[in-house]
Design a protein around this ligand. Sequence first.
Ligand code: SF4
Ligand code: SF4
Length: 280
Amino acid sequence: MTSQSIKEAARRFGADLVGIADAELLRDLPADENPLSIFPQAKAVIVVGRKVLRGALRGVEEGADFDNAFPTFGFYSHEDNFLAKTTYDLSIWMEGQGFEAVPLFAYDGGKQAVGVPVAPGKPAPNVMVKYRILAQAAGLGETGLNGLFLTPEFGPRQRFAILVADAPVEADSPFKPRLCDDCGACVAACPLEALDAASAKPFGFAGCERAAAARNDARCRRCKAGAFQTNEGRFNAVERMAAACSRACVAALEARGILGERFDNPFRVTAESTQTEATA
Ligand code: SF4
Ligand code: SF4
């Protein structure tokens, strides 16, 4: 098994993005968010991504559909069906060749305390990996000023899953930030002024950090500009990919012409189309 054969298999199973992080580079992550706490013998952390359709954002962008296209094809079915199938198929393929692979969703949650450490030196369950850190370590992209993960191919439009594996394969280099140019379009687009760029702090994989704005989570939970709160199974987090702070970024990155996926027509067609209902 090689990194190339893993990447070819992942794409065959539907992945649009795949990167591999060297497990050794992750040793210093906190134990309660470290994939090596889950699989100490791991040699590689494989991050697979599937793009979210630009069309899944359209109804929100036009202020016309908040509850059909995006929540289904951009979130729940995307993650639970399409991405899960890709991840499972790749795990099956790897285990069929004699290497164990632990599949994990890239949940956007915080802590999930369900017990006590089972031995001295072990973290309490559940260990919750930070997918933005792992995806950057795997060379796939960076976290932008808006706090969303951006890739050169799709900007903020993708979801990830993770395979923690004992296959000793060549890793990718961590991603050096170059996508977010601090244009501020995300901050300006937020109707609730929930993003504070003046209080931005470095965020990212060690040595590759860039500034992420402070975010008022309580305001995001009231956002009616395309965000919604997830259920308990997804840690009641705020899902922001279709929110104004993300759609402004899609428009800004496309306008700069830096994204790999190209369209005949621009994402943001008219100023009026940016209007979405927002209440405090
Ligand atoms: S809209 Fe501009 S400042 Fe905000 S995350 Fe995207 S590129 Fe960065
Ligand atoms: S989710 Fe809504 S309130 Fe939160 S930063 Fe984005 S646009 Fe602003």
